[in-house]
Write a protein of this length. Sequence first.
Length: 746
Amino acid sequence: MGKKKGGKRLSKRLVADALQGLFTANPNETYSLKQLFRQLKLDTHPAKMLAIDVLDEMCWDDYLSKVGDNQYRLNLKGQVQEGVFIRKANGKNSFLPDDGGKPIFVSERNSMFALNGDRVRVALMARRQNHIKEAMVTDILSHKTDQAVGKLKVEKDFAFLITEGNIFVHDILIPKKKLKGGKDGEKAVVKITQWPSKESKNIVGEVIDVLGKEGDNNVEMHAILAQYGLPYKYPKNVEEAAKKIDPGITPEEIARREDFRDVFTCTIDPKDAKDFDDALSIRKIVNSKSSNSKLFEVGVHIADVSHYVKENSIIDKEAQKRATSVYLVDRTIPMLPERLCNFICSLRPDEEKLCYSVIFVMDEEANIKSWHLAHTVIRSDRRFAYEEVQEILERNKRREERGERRENTDYAQELMMLDKMAKALREHRFKNGAVKFDREELHFDIDADGKPTRAYFKKSNDATQLIEEFMLLANRTVAESIGTPSKPPRGEAASPSGDKRGGKPKKTFVYRIHDQPDPQKLESLRQVVAPFGYKLKTSGTKGAISRSLNALMDEAAGSKEQKLIETVALRAMMKAKYSTHNIGHYGLAFDYYTHFTSPIRRYPDTMVHRLLTRYQEGGRSANQEHYEEQCEHCSDMEQTAQNAERDSIKYKMVEFMGDKIGECFDGHISGIQSYGLYVEIDENHCEGLVPMHDLQGDYYEFDEAHYCLIGRRHHSKYQLGDPIRIKVARANLEKRQLDFTLADDE
């Protein structure tokens, strides 16, 4: 690196880069000044003095540690970190540290060809003046996946896999003899057999499954699942094991259980559901000691999956690995084999079924007098779709308003009473500080070929809220029974407020936890809403903050800025997850909460059933470390399944809009980034991007703090939630990307 006499003088930047490169390449070495001068070939006095100045600055910046008078080494404490590598197609890669710190930029030349999701070790680089913090990957600890999905490009002498979203630095090279019959243009799943190295930058793989022709609905859905490492086939040996399970219920088994076969019981689910994992029963308690109020026994009955799926069996291991059912737009990929989820365990009408139930004694206002947990046998009288129940509730509500008696058919009396109780439970919840977010879900009507024919939002109504409230109540009650020492699984009343009863949890349990909102994001929300005249508490008790959030949502309802406020508020919320370490559930305002009510489609619920049974039978506390590992796995798989679901929605969205190129629609701005505006069409809720270069008439700058783009010259503004008219420009199915331009009359 040194220069000859009379040559161009070394700059501080060159010396700093050279020192940084040396120390990051040798993180465990200690160098004396003499060794450094020799390594960097600094043989002139000015060059050596410059290097000493740079070394002192690096020590001051905590990048280096000084050992003795004239020896230096990389400051490993804080400078070397482990975490997850996030690869971006635009080259703006980042490193997410394990300690939860902010993402750190990693340039392509410093990435060591790490792939998206890989666990890596990085060295933080000395920060250059006026530059952002950067990291350099020094080790790839483990690859997130060894499989990839994409489109085959088959040439005369070689073949490649072109991956979705350019998640790899280079396309994957496939030897011709490893194509497994795959043809040019077909989608395939490839196993990586050779990773990039210093010797070769190539990624080499072999085809393990040919999915089929691009554009075919089944092929595209399987490709989405394969992209996230989710299974799209069920192992034959697991299905064979399920076929051997006897669905019959012996008299001895019935004798061990509480019998609800003669009590009115029903299931309420989406009209296309097949896996009915929860049912409700209700009957009036005739010989009530209380003369002032009527009492009812309400049962929340959950399919007893753990009776059929034994721990560590082949079926259990497969369910544990999957952790959740996956719901794509046009199909369900079940956690359990179909024979179990749709037949043996499903609470189908007019069939005797085994359940694990929470039985409440409560009055008409949903005040709980007592409850207990029991293994039961039921026989559902009726399978309702949500739409049917909603119609019955609305029809009878109109009759009551006219002063007429309720109908005495189709179990209207029972449904109206359950609805009344559910409304009381809901009111208790919000009074206690639950956050009011009624999220709308995008749905599609699909034809026989998988093509979307209609897009619409599904909104919450009385029928869905009826089921929701009783499931929440059951989940909270069983969590309190374990989390609060004073409340055993068969216990006294649980108040709807969900107050903590003191004491430390004594037994290992699986909780569904939800942390408080990010304080900085809450403050950001306060700053966003202030110019519109709204107020928001960002400090105080959890209940005070959530009540303030609810008041804000109510005030903003129907306003121009409603979408903006809802979006920013949602971004302030943390993600719920599973853990054996309980911190409560902020969004629901429950001190204890779990998932007990869906064991057919969620593995944590099966774990909860097993733990409750163990403790009811007097068993010792389970191994917490084992269950915490399972909780982390289930949380990860839940997020992966949600990502796959979102991708299937994106695909159907683009497919639905494919024949509408050139048409104009009214919409609103649903997202803002430095590269453009996301717009959601009001009519069908499909979302696309208006690229920044299509915003004519000004140079727009991204104001991240206020979620808007502002014109530099004319100060015109595009803000989240603003109404806007667009024209559909492109619908790229391969990239699952919908592009809009502003309509001419905008």
